[in-house]
Design a protein around this ligand. Structure first.
Ligand SMILES: Nc1nc2c(c(=O)[nH]1)N[C@H]1C(S)=C(S)[C@@H](COP(=O)(O)O)O[C@H]1N2
Ligand SMILES: [Mo]
Length: 390
């Protein structure tokens, strides 16, 4: 009846001795390291953007977010070749027979279920993460919320997987890479004709290293020239890249309007200041990075007014949470919460100048927020109002 259809493969059909516990465990270890780094730096990034009231995040070192987010993107990038090799190594197991006994069947079902979640979650995280670094959003769901939720699911499945496989992992690391393990059931050939397991591992590390080097220019200026996959080139007005231009944010007319006033609000006390009045206040200059969640970052020299001087005008101390609104209407970045420890910080400025010039419109003219150790998404451009949170 089934003539003409290819038969379903069996595990034993895949006979490459490169597919082995020895290779799977070694690639898996580095994959686990990358996932661990991405998970921890991801948590930090998520809580930076959505800080619960009980959490106070550090304002130093000023490059903190720059480094954690650079690491996040690089760990994910390094993981791509590792995941491909890992999946190639183990996928014949998909065709393994289910055992006969009921207990074994349940255990095998659970094991394969956790692997399905782990595999699906890993592919989803790396794909959406990479697409995000390329600013390509071909989906309808909220990126950050989904990437965060799937991260927990994937890490959970990873821990289950490591626990289940611990005996195999131990045995694999306990002996030579080329040695045959009892778990290498499918292997029929003693050695493969061409590539050795060591050779495969070397090629995998190399692929991973090349992926990192060709992306690292987003965060490490010295590598910008070899960074063919780094999406941000480092160009832009005033030697700083632009993520969203004034035109794209539809703020050009309002930002250039001569009747522009910055609104300061503390309860019922409201003051409105022109840009030249802001320039007449004491000015401070700081070197601080823009560190985009997409991974690219760049340092710049900012000048402007410290928030405490602005708050004094409306009779407030600097020991308050602020709500900052942009001239931009709608969009995720038009309103930003600034916790008190960032408000108090000497380095947090309402910037009016950049790299020795007036702030250009694409960098946030008439004024923008720049604070240390914060994600780029919170460095609000085209500020309309600053209000003491109640
Ligand atoms: N109002 C507003 N502010 C914004 C954005 C935006 O889209 N709208 N983009 C943010 C993002 S994602 C980054 S990385 C920085 C980039 O600042 P730059 O264009 O001056 O380099 O601005 C932030 N401020
Ligand atoms: Mo960003």
């Amino acid at each position: 009846m089934a003539r003409g259809f290819p038969r379903r493969p069996k595990e034993g059909d895949f006979s490459s001795p490169l597919r082995s516990a020895a290779v799977a465990a070694r690639v898996g270890l580095w994959l686990g390291v990358c996932f661990g780094i991405a998970f921890l730096t991801g948590l930090y990034s998520h809580f930076s953007q959505d800080t619960p009231p009980w959490l106070t995040l550090p304002t130093r070192p000023v490059n903190l977010y720059r480094w954690t987010q650079g690491l996040h993107v690089l760990a994910g990038t390094a993981a791509v070749p590792l995941l491909i090799v890992k999946l190639w190594t183990v996928y014949p197991r998909l065709f393994a027979r289910f055992p006969a006994g009921r207990r074994d069947l349940v255990l095998t079902g659970l094991e394969r279920g956790s692997i399905a979640i782990l595999g699906g979650g890993s592919i989803f995280q790396l794909m959406t993460g990479l697409q995000n670094t390329a600013q390509w959003y071909p989906w309808r769901f909220n990126f950050r919320g989904t990437h965060y939720a799937v991260a927990w699911i994937t890490i959970g499945a990873l821990l289950v997987h490591i626990a289940v496989k611990l005996p195999v992992i131990r045995a694999a690391f306990g002996s030579d890479v080329e040695a045959r393990q009892p778990s290498d059931r499918a292997v029929t050939a003693e050695r493969s004709a061409g590539l050795s397991r060591r050779g495969l591992l070397r090629a995998t590390w190399l692929a991973s290293g090349v992926a990192v080097l060709t992306t690292a220019g987003i965060a490490v200026p010295a590598l910008r020239r070899v960074s063919v996959f780094g999406v941000r080139s480092g160009s832009g007005p005033q030697d700083l890249p632009v993520n969203k231009s004034a035109r794209a944010a539809h703020v050009t007319a309002r930002a250039l309007d001569p009747s522009y006033r910055l609104e300061l609000r503390n309860g019922n006390t409201v003051r409105r200041l022109r840009r030249d009045e802001l320039l007449a206040l004491p000015q401070a200059a700081r070197t601080l990075p823009i560190a985009c969640v997409e991974g690219w970052s760049a340092s710049a020299r900012w000048s402007g007014v410290q928030l405490r001087d602005l708050l004094a005008i409306v009779g407030s101390s600097a020991d308050v949470d602020l709500v900052v609104r942009s001239l931009q209407v709608g969009g995720a970045y038009s309103v930003m919460d600034l916790p008190a420890n960032f408000v108090r910080d000497d380095d947090t400025l309402l910037a009016l100048g950049l790299n020795g010039e007036d702030l250009s419109i694409d960098h946030g003219f008439p004024c923008r927020i720049i604070a240390p150790a914060r994600p780029g998404v919170l460095q609000t451009k085209w500020v309309a109002s600053i209000e003491v949170a109640r």
